[in-house]
Every structure is written in C-alpha cells, then in structure tokens.
Design a protein around this ligand. Structure first.
Ligand code: PHE
Length: 339
C-alpha cells in the first residue's frame, strides 16, 4: 500500500475507533470521504502523478475508500442503534407516577336545583311548559289582575322594551298562556328567567329564575296546594324539613300566601342567613276568579292554585349559599364545590 494512502487510512481508523457518537462518526466521514475529504482529494489529484505511480496509488486509494466506507457504515449502524436504545431508556414513561385527572365540568348549582324541582313536579304528574321571556304588558300584568297604576307594579320594577313590551318580571304570564291554550284539568310548571330592575346585592339580581306552578280543575282547594308544597319540601330538603304558610297578597291569587322553609342552617333558631329561623322560598295562592275569567274559564266551574318559586332562593337554602351573586360570577372556587 502506498504510504500516503496508508497514512490516511491509519489515521481514519484511529479516529473511528476513538469516535463515540454518530455525530463524531459523521464528522470523520466528511473529513475523509466527503467532497473536500483527504481521501477524495488524493483520488482527485491522481492525474498529477506520474503514470506508473498513478495506477498503484489509485488502486490503493480506491481499496482504502471501500474499506473505510464499510467500516464507517458499520460503526454508524451500531452507534445509532445504541443511541436509540439509550434514548428509549431515558424517555421511558414512569408508570409509577400518579396520573393527571382531566378537569371535569359539572352542572351549575342552579341547573341542578332547576332539574330537581322539575323532576319532583313531573313525578307528581305536572307537565313542563316554556314561556316567552319577552312579554306584553297584558300577559305580565293586565291578565293577572294587575291593572295600570296598580301599586303592585311597584313591587316588580320592570325593564320596558317599549310602551307595551317588557321583560317578564315573573313566570306568572306562563299561566295565562297555558290556560288560553287548553281546557282544565291543568297541571303545569313553567321554569325560566325573569327580570327586575334591581341593583345586585347579596339577595338581589336583575336576572334570576323562577318556577311557576299551576293546577286548575274542578274542586281544587288550598288543601291540595299545601299538600303539594309540603311534599315538594320533603323531596327537596329531606323528610325532616318543615314549611309554613304566611298570609300575603298577590293581585292574581285570593287568598294568597308566602311559604317559608325552616332554616336548616340553624334548625330554626335564627342565624345570619335566615334572621328569624325561616326562609321564604315562594309565593302562592288560589287563582283569582278574575284571572280565570280572563282566559275564558268559568270561575263557578273551576278553581285552581298557583305558586311562583325562586330557584336561587331554593338553591341558596339547599347549599347554604349566602350571596346570590356567587351563582353568576363563574368563579371556579365556588362552582367546583358542586362537582
Ligand atoms: N309571581 C309572584 C312573584 O313573582 C309569585 C306568585 C306566583 C305568587 C303565583 C302567587 C302565585 O312574586
């Protein structure tokens, strides 16, 4: 073998033996066999040699090139394989690490209470009805025996969209729509959003939710109303819960009452949430004969009762929530307690 070829070959072998990584081997390959590589340069300069020497050197250089190429490829294969194994080892998942739970959403507490109220009344044979949130003065007030200038309108400070069109202040107009559309017997609930011009504070919100209940038939009595609501309270708040009826006034019911639930935060002793041991959850009464007449029912023939329940009120009581605004803030620290 020619001494120059021999020198290149020997040095390349030494370097190859000393190379540890595929990057180092690739580097060596370029240095010797690349376009500017030592062996390539030698082969390229063959033309400048005397003819006799040229053949000898050429043959030796070509042989060295094949030999080196084979060695480099072999080392590259081994090294790459070793590097792959090492990486796999390094990156192997640690199966003993505790898993990460995906964050699960949950129903909003108002949705849960809404669904529970609806389920209880469906179970009692009531049907679910929807009513419009945008109402006319007639359905929200007039048909419910609240004429213009009636002081009861002050209790429900109203968002007017025009002289005659407004955002419903309660779900009671749902009663009128339903009765206009069917003959008794009527047993329906109307849940939904209602609007009042109230400044938000711990117990007020300009948008909140109610569920209206209505039962009309022959011989429906206040006793049916009390029995139904007592059953509701037991289902919603547990068998030990108690309710009481307080005489009240609504233009569309006569007689009227408000219903309180015994505060189970303090068991009726009186606390920050309830004050006197009782918490009001709804208004109710026997449907006023004039309301029945307005929808074409004969008040001599039919009687009925109605109630309007505040979903927020029911939920605040059930979960011990002391500020209604928490329901609307979308603060996950609050909401995640209901998962
Ligand atoms: N609509 C009344 C309110 O919003 C509640 C109610 C409904 C009272 C039905 C009696 C009968 O306060």
């Amino acid at each position: 073998m020619h001494p120059r070829v021999d020198a290149i070959l020997r040095e390349a072998r030494d370097q190859l033996a000393a190379s540890r990584t595929s990057t180092e081997i690739e580097h060596l390959k370029t240095q010797v066999l690349g376009r500017q590589g030592t062996l390539t340069q030698l082969l390229r300069s063959l033309g400048t040699l005397p003819a006799a020497e040229r053949r000898e050197v050429g043959a030796a250089a070509n042989e060295a090139k094949r030999a080196l190429e084979a060695m480099v490829e072999e080392r590259l294969r081994e090294t790459a394989e070793r590097e792959r194994r090492a990486r796999r080892e390094r990156e192997r998942p640690d199966l003993t690490l505790p898993g990460r739970r995906p964050a699960l959403g949950a129903l909003h507490p108002l949705t849960r209470v809404h669904d529970e109220i609806v389920a209880i009344f469906l179970g009692l044979g009531f049907s679910l009805v929807d009513g419009p949130e945008i109402e006319t003065d007639y359905y929200n007030f007039e048909a419910l025996n609240i004429p213009r200038d009636h002081p009861a309108r002050d209790m429900q400070d109203t968002f007017y969209l025009s002289e005659d069109v407004l955002l419903r202040t309660h779900t009671s107009p749902g009663q009128v729509h339903v009765m206009e559309g069917m003959r008794p017997p009527v047993r329906i609930i109307v849940p939904g959003r209602v609007y009042r011009r109230d400044v938000a504070d711990a117990s007020h919100s300009p948008v909140f939710h109610q569920v209206e209940g209505l039962a009309v038939d022959r011989d429906i009595s206040m006793g049916d109303l009390k029995g139904t609501l007592e059953l509701f309270a037991r289902e919603m708040y547990g068998p030990r819960s108690r309710i009481r009826f307080r005489p009240s006034f609504f233009p569309f019911t006569e007689p009227s009452a408000e219903v309180d639930v015994l505060c189970f935060l303090c068991d009726g002793k009186g606390c920050r949430a309830c004050g006197n041991g009782w918490l009001e959850i709804l208004g109710c009464g026997m449907v006023h004969p004039r309301v029945l007449a307005n929808v074409g029912y004969d008040p001599e023939d039919f009687t009925g009762w109605a109630f309007g329940m505040g979903i927020e009120r029911v939920a605040m009581l059930k979960y011990g929530v002391e500020d209604i605004r928490l329901f609307y803030d979308n603060d996950l620290r609050f909401l995640s307690q209901f998962v």
